[in-house]
Design a binder for this molecule. Structure first.
Ligand SMILES: [Cu+2]
Length: 161
């Protein structure tokens, strides 16, 4: 809770009021990245991560694999390969965060949308996320391109203690 409040204060201090107002619905999704990251992990340098996990994304709205197991404290380099013909993305988060963010993307598809826990990948390309999972539990990765999450483009990450 304290982290969330800190995130809100940060967001307010960096944004003029008009922008803060406009991005309100989105703010609950991911602009409080500081608070969210404390819930499940933090950005890590992908070049130094020992564990490399390749995830393929397709126009069938599926991630392959759809489930990943990592150990708490482990730094992971996710290599997301877009095998489809349209843009896909991989966004790490709690299910709650991802759901909120997916809704925000629908009402504002062009919104600023770039943080350490996500990567956008053009067709035929690969992108990377470096992430260290700091809490045991179940987390998710989803594609938040409008409609894709609802179509089932989500995978599960189980972080073992
Ligand atoms: Cu997608």
């Amino acid at each position: 809770m304290r982290a969330v409040l800190a995130g809100m204060l940060l967001a307010l201090s960096f944004q003029p009021p008009a922008f803060a107002q406009q991005s309100h619905s989105h703010a609950s999704g991911h602009s409080h990245a500081e608070g969210m990251e404390e819930l499940f992990g933090a950005a890590a340098d992908p070049r130094t991560a020992k564990r490399i996990i390749r995830v393929e994304m397709g126009d069938n709205m599926r991630f392959t694999p759809a489930e990943i197991k990592v150990a708490r404290g482990e730094a992971v380099r996710f290599v997301a390969a877009n095998k489809g013909q349209v843009l896909h993305e991989m966004v790490l988060g709690t299910l709650e965060d991802l759901k909120k963010h997916a809704e925000a993307m629908k009402s504002n598809p062009g919104m600023a949308h770039d943080e350490a826990n996500m990567v956008h990948v053009a067709p035929g390309k690969t992108g990377e996320i470096g992430w260290r999972f700091t809490r045991a539990g179940t987390f998710y990765y989803a594609c938040l391109v409008p409609g894709h999450f609802d179509a089932g483009m989500v995978g599960k990450i189980v972080v073992t203690p």
